[in-house]
Design a protein around this ligand. Sequence first.
Ligand code: CDP
Ligand code: CDP
Length: 208
Amino acid sequence: MIIAVDGPAASGKGTIAKALAKHYDLPHLDTGLLYRAVAATVKRLELDPTREADAVAACDFDELTLADPVLRDDEIGKLASIVSAHPLVRAALFQRQKRFANQEGGAVLDGRDIGTVIAPAAEAKLFVRATPTIRARRRHAELQGNGSPVTFDQVLADIRARDQRDSSRTTAPLVPAPDAALLDTSFLSIEASVEKAINLVEARRRKS
Ligand code: CDP
Ligand code: CDP
């Protein structure tokens, strides 16, 4: 069984994908980390994220980069959304994600284009949402916890800018797959979000 979990920043997709992987005993891939690793490599090598050739060169990142805590930085998230708009960057990361999705026994992947591009035949697709204000509140709390001095207004502005960039790009924009189940976590606790996600996956399994 392949489970595709997509949605915007801080919607809760990562938390939900991890919980689903545990529940169904499936391997999990946070695909955002791949784009974040490209972004961190662009930064480290002082390349230009807006130049496609520079961003493509960074796709050959050192595997150790994936474990670097710097990937969680807001600045890297922003850079990731710039490099991820280049079609050749998406193409460079495509096979790796596709292989993960199609491994024997199944997998859970979360990102922006799992249900639309990476695993269009996934048995269960969730599109996780929450209002921008609530997502900014969650992300702000996380960043504050990490000692970041960033303000709520700055986080909200960044979230809106990232939504805009991710939704408006021509290649693999952030849109729900036509057959995705929508899950709004705005007013749900983590536990309630996970329970609802499991129920939605179960409903899909019964259908297929
Ligand atoms: O956790 P959060 O949603 O803040 O970010 P992320 O999932 O780590 O993704 C960072 C950026 O990578 C996003 O803003 C997207 O531009 C890009 N991304 C993408 O284009 N496609 C994916 N499958 C995953 C991430
Ligand atoms: O992966 P994504 O960026 O979509 O979000 P996440 O990392 O799963 O969640 C972002 C933050 O929101 C985390 O601190 C979660 O614990 C929190 N969260 C929440 O407060 N309520 C939910 N229903 C889901 C997530």
